[in-house]
Design a protein around this ligand. Structure first.
Ligand code: MG
Length: 162
């Protein structure tokens, strides 16, 4: 059966925000009183991006590759997670076309940091920053994200056959 030369994947992640945690998003440390809490460095953006990429490649999710019960993953740099996802996709013959993400957060304010995040995510993936879209929005005061107690990220990724 003929396989299409491109595939799309969807990723989602959410972490609670905790006082005093570093706010690492898209591989960039953002000045903030609160940061995503988690087992690894809790970079929600890179986790959602990695799952989008793995999903597009038809591979299992990041929890399978890097279980949050594994002590080796404690405090892990999530750039390693995204790079591994890109490597697995590459081994299956896929190249990243583009990645687009939406960060949903009431705090901290992110717009000033978007260009740095684009640059860093592109660097991790080895693509041009113009192929990484990052948008920030709020949850209009609704639910845990809207009340500033959590931060979530939606990501889509297009892969194409080299
Ligand atoms: Mg996560």
């Amino acid at each position: 059966m003929t396989q299409p030369p491109f595939r799309v994947g969807l990723g989602f992640d959410i972490h609670p925000l905790k006082e005093g945690r570093p706010c690492l998003l898209g591989g960039v440390t953002i000045p903030s009183d609160v940061g995503p809490d988690g087992h690894s460095d809790a970079d929600v953006l890179l986790h959602a991006a990695a799952d989008a990429l793995l999903g597009a490649a038809g591979l299992r999710d990041i929890g399978t590759i890097f279980p949050n019960t594994d002590p080796a993953c404690q405090g892990m740099d999530s750039a390693r997670i995204l790079r591994r996802a890109a490597e697995e996709a590459s081994q299956a013959g896929w190249c990243v076309g583009n990645l687009d993400v939406v960060v949903v957060a009431e705090r901290p304010r992110l717009s000033a940091h978007v260009p740095a995040m684009q640059k860093r995510v592109a660097e991790i993936l080895g693509i041009d920053p113009s192929r990484v879209g990052i948008k920030a929005t709020t949850n209009e005061g609704m639910d845990a994200v809207g009340q500033g107690r959590a931060l979530s990220v939606h990501a889509v990724c297009l892969l194409f056959k080299a």
